[in-house]
Design a binder for this molecule. Structure first.
Ligand code: 4NP
Length: 151
């Protein structure tokens, strides 16, 4: 399984999702590829947000080597599942896509927990550390669901 996590900046939500899913995949001994990227280019080459790094580190997940990159058309071919962390991200990916076939791979990540509800992981960038902790716990739950659903 090749999984791509996508948010806007690739410095908060999707690097946390990548780090958490990689951690769980390793724990389970699964041979999955997990990466992340963002739909906007504002933070290309940057490390994850210091609050994302700090919350993950506290929980035993190391995302310090992460560097942000932008979503690209070839990602539709390189991955089996592309998770949009939020509905605006889903729309950005749809804009880049040029076939319904490509969009079949794209899902809202929280639909793995709450099918059909169309829920988004809230952007913690303009929030406080608590918002990053909330995102972390939401992602722990959804990554468990992903492994249960696709292993
Ligand atoms: P992320 O958070 O999409 O979870 O990485 C954001 C980080 C930066 C910006 C937006 C969202 N920004 O516009 O700079």
């Amino acid at each position: 399984m090749k999984v791509l996590m996508v948010c806007l900046g690739n410095i908060c939500r999707s690097p946390m999702a990548e780090g958490i899913l990689k951690h769980k995949v390793k724990e389970q001994g699964l041979d999955w590829l997990v990466e992340s990227c963002g739909t906007n280019g504002y933070h290309i080459g940057d490390s994850a947000d210091s609050r994302a790094i700090s919350v993950c580190t506290e929980m035993g997940i190391n995302i310090k080597s992460h560097r942000a990159r932008r979503f690209k058309k070839s990602d539709f071919e390189s991955f089996d599942i592309i998770y949009a962390l939020a509905s605006d991200v889903y729309e950005d990916i749809q804009y880049v896509s040029n076939s319904p076939e490509q969009m079949k791979k794209v899902k809202l990540i929280l639909d793995e927990l709450h099918p059909g509800r169309g829920r988004s992981v809230n952007d913690p960038y303009y929030g406080g550390r608590n918002d990053f902790v909330d995102v972390y716990h939401q992602l722990i739950q959804v990554c468990d669901a992903i492994i249960t659903n696709y292993r």
